[in-house]
Design a protein around this ligand. Structure first.
Ligand SMILES: Nc1ncnc2c1ncn2[C@@H]1O[C@H](COP(=O)(O)OP(=O)(O)OP(=O)(O)O)[C@@H](O)[C@H]1O
Length: 301
């Protein structure tokens, strides 16, 4: 069976700017893939190409084996939220969904089901201009799910959500994946997808710089070991002589050994009768990994 999403050698040029450069990745059914990169990395451009909103300069982007523009039942195949969804401000949430539903031959009963699912039943009658960002995001998700698609493409769905909203979104996406749907979710904040995604695709300046499962990514970028105490200078010298990567920690006199675990550093300490006051694993956040990979922390690329 075709992959839910398959991007192969995709490129998109805007004038002099190569926004997406020979990008390849795929998403299987039942998986959530975090599509990550700093602002301007090319995420939205990739998603727009995937959804047939712009023509690629080169390569292909297909959904269940077909370019979006060739899908016989687009609404029943893929649901998307780009730009947080677009709403007529004077229309109620329910009417917004009903209008979309009618355009794709979906029943009003399905609209009610979705309002319930995204917890907007109470507010369905209110005009969307009074909706909070979280409510808008949920309305966008409901719209994406109208045709009961097996593939979902979401551009920064956690943007502007509070921690409670992010947790809701995480559980919601997990439930969709557990039903066998494929979910591609972009973000420039790794923490947002850290507990949601199965796999991550990290892009920077239009190019893929890393693709892996989330546990593998975290294991490969474990933070190492921090050591403090009166003899850390000597310890650092010994470790460096042993080929370890040692750096000074943030100005408190301690050192961080990024490629040795606590036992390895402990053996060196014991063998050389070094006095220390502290030895602890460094918990590297996904932000640190992101920084290491892209040299940015979510600012402009
Ligand atoms: N229509 C366009 N015309 C010219 N340049 C564009 C156009 N769309 C995007 N770009 C440029 O392409 C690059 C990638 O933009 P894109 O919006 O895909 O990045 P992104 O990763 O989604 O970032 P963000 O999170 O800020 O939206 C940026 O440098 C952007 O300025």
């Amino acid at each position: 069976m075709a992959q839910a999403i398959d991007v192969q050698g995709l490129s998109k040029r805007f004038g002099d700017k190569l926004a997406v450069d020979d990008l390849s990745f795929s998403v299987e059914f039942g998986r959530i893939v975090g599509f990550l990169g700093p602002n301007g990395a090319g995420k939205t451009t990739t998603l727009r190409a995937l959804l047939g909103l712009i023509a690629p300069t080169g390569g292909t982007a297909t959904i269940v084996g077909q370019p979006f523009t060739s899908l016989s039942d687009p609404a029943g195949t893929v649901g998307a939220v780009l730009d947080g969804g677009m709403f007529h401000p004077g229309r109620s949430g329910r009417n917004h969904l009903r209008t979309l539903a009618r355009a794709s031959g979906v029943s009003d009963a399905r609209v009610e089901e979705l309002l319930e699912l995204v917890q907007l039943k109470q507010d369905g009658r209110r005009r969307t201009k009074g909706y909070s960002l979280g409510m808008r995001q949920r309305l966008g998700l409901a719209a994406a799910l109208l045709g009961d698609p097996r593939v979902l493409v979401l551009d920064e769905p956690a943007n502007g959500l509070d921690p409670q909203g992010i947790r809701w979104l995480r559980d919601f996406l997990r439930a969709l994946a557990a039903e066998g749907r494929a979910v591609l979710v972009s973000s420039h904040v790794l923490a947002e997808v850290a507990q949601t995604a199965d796999d991550v695709v990290v892009i920077h300046r239009g190019r893929s710089i890393l693709q892996s499962s989330l546990p593998e990514l975290l294991a490969q970028h474990a933070g190492g070991t921090r050591v403090a105490g009166p003899d850390v200078g000597r310890l650092a010298e010994l470790l460096r002589a042993d080929g370890a990567a040692v750096r000074a920690a943030d100005g408190d006199g301690s050192i961080v050994v990024s490629d040795r675990d606590g036992v390895q550093v402990g053996r060196m300490i014991a063998a050389n009768a070094i006095v220390i006051s502290e030895l602890a694993p460094v918990a590297q956040s996904l932000e640190d990994v992101f920084f290491e990979l892209t040299g940015t922390q979510g600012g402009p690329a």
